[in-house]
Design a protein around this ligand. Structure first.
Ligand SMILES: Nc1ncnc2c1ncn2[C@@H]1O[C@H](COP(=O)(O)OP(=O)(O)O)[C@@H](O)[C@H]1O
Ligand SMILES: CC(=O)OP(=O)(O)O
Ligand SMILES: [Mg+2]
Length: 412
């Protein structure tokens, strides 16, 4: 059996999964939240058993140690069944990485060098990588970048209309994020429809706490709503998404907000939280049902923004074979899906109300049989995609054999 360990270090959290790569099943997983705060929450799961604990966790190195302690105490037995590879989610790969990379000291330096472009994400990603390489020095570690899938975006969609020299010097361009999810969901959509991926055009709506839309032509990203950072585009849990940049200048001059405060304001205090007081869409939907006017407006703004991108990408692709909803909101919030594709019958997009409202899980079609564009719900699985890309990059097959001509422990 080949086992993969996947590490997803967020700015204040560490998510991990141990996967059996033959069955693609999860052997164990966990989430450590509030790293760096007074007390952190640790939730570890093995099969149906769930173990929760709390305690101070200073940084990602301590979080990594807590994860190893949870493995030792509750399983899975990763000493007995050692992982063959460790896959790491890295948010920003800049233009340096257009695919996964075996982590070397050089790759670590490149990720560090990209920190100014993703100050919330890359430092945490790097701490996770360093802790994991210290714990498993003999294993291949692979970095899988959120940005890599969008390397195919044409210049017209990637370029901001500012002075070219300034932009180039400071690496200001649109990179896009959630690429691992967009790629996985586009592939799942093609497989579910029984069509080759290179023959279909798909719009993936990854709507979770972070949210982005992606136009995928024949398996390649041609446009996406996030830009230089994961702030641009859709309205998110705490992020504003698109905003007139002059608003920042205005708030700087008239509200006395510094640029650090504005950064915090747009990334952590805006979006659903800023409009309706909660970053969790479930709370906002409940409040709207009770008639709360702020919550209703928040949902209107949220949906309006998604539809704006949906329209743009339908034009960009010249029509789509499929629209795939994914992530926390996309997979679970039937009312949002209904509003996003409402009144588009004239475009050949027709939702089936009953299919949409069904509590069924797994990949499924929610449009009518007559709908020219298929609308689907496709659960994303970034961890599995990271594990598979990591295995492939390390030259290991799912049954544990080194792939011909590749050294299993190649480390770049
Ligand atoms: N049943 C549901 N109805 C509406 N929204 C939901 C439901 N389940 C989850 N969500 C939303 O999904 C969001 C989390 O999405 P997720 O993809 O897990 O986020 P992330 O991985 O970016 O933290 C939550 O903030 C919540 O608003
Ligand atoms: C890049 C990004 O926005 O990630 P997340 O959805 O995990 O916040
Ligand atoms: Mg997410």
């Amino acid at each position: 059996m080949t086992v993969a360990l996947v590490i997803n270090s967020g700015s204040s959290s560490l998510k991990y999964q141990v996967l059996d790569m033959v069955t693609c099943g999860v052997l164990g997983q966990g989430l450590i939240e509030r790293i760096g705060e007074e007390t952190a929450d640790i939730a570890h799961r093995v099969g149906d058993a769930r173990y929760e604990s709390r305690g101070p966790i200073a940084d990602h190195i301590a979080a990594f140690a807590a994860m190893m302690a949870a493995f030792a105490e509750h399983g899975p037995d990763i000493e007995g069944r050692r992982p063959s590879v460790v896959g790491h989610r890295v948010v920003h790969g800049g233009r340096r990485f257009d695919g996964p990379a075996i982590v070397t000291d050089r790759v670590e330096r490149d990720i560090e060098e990209l920190e100014p472009l993703a100050p919330l994400h890359n430092p945490a990603n790097l701490e996770g990588i360093r802790a994991a390489r210290t714990a498993f020095p003999d294993l291949p570690h692979v970095a899988v970048f959120d940005t890599a899938f969008h390397a195919s975006i044409p210049e017209a969609a990637a370029t901001y209309a500012i002075d070219r020299e300034v932009a180039a010097r400071h690496r200001v361009r649109r990179y896009g994020f959630h690429g691992t999810s967009h790629a996985y969901v586009a592939n799942q959509t093609a497989a579910f429809l029984g069509r080759p991926i290179d023959e279909i055009d798909t719009i993936v709506l990854h709507i979770g706490n972070g949210a982005s839309a992606c136009a995928v032509r024949g398996g390649r990203s041609i446009d996406t709503s996030m830009g230089m950072t994961p702030l641009e585009g859709l309205v998110m849990g705490t992020r504003s998404g698109d905003i007139d940049p002059a608003v920042l200048v205005h708030l700087h001059h008239h509200a006395g907000m510094s640029f650090d405060e504005l950064d915090d304001f747009l990334n952590r205090r805006s979006g659903l939280l800023g409009l309706a007081g909660s970053s969790d869409l479930r709370d906002v939907l409940r409040a709207a049902d009770r008639g709360d006017a702020d919550a209703r407006l928040a949902i209107d703004v949220y949906v309006h923004r998604i539809r704006r991108y949906l329209g743009a990408y339908l034009v960009g692709l010249g029509g789509a074979d499929a629209i795939a909803f994914t992530a926390g909101v996309g997979e679970n919030a039937a009312p949002i899906r209904r509003l996003v594709v409402a009144d588009l019958e004239w475009l050949g997009i027709e939702l089936d109300a009953e299919r949409n409202a069904s509590p069924a899980r797994g990949t499924r079609v929610i449009s009518t049989d007559a709908s020219r564009t298929a609308v689907l719900v496709v659960p994303t699985n970034e961890e599995l995609e990271i594990a598979q890309q990591s295995l492939e990059t390390a030259g290991i097959s799912a049954n544990g054999q080194a792939e011909t001509g590749t050294d299993t422990h190649r480390r770049g």
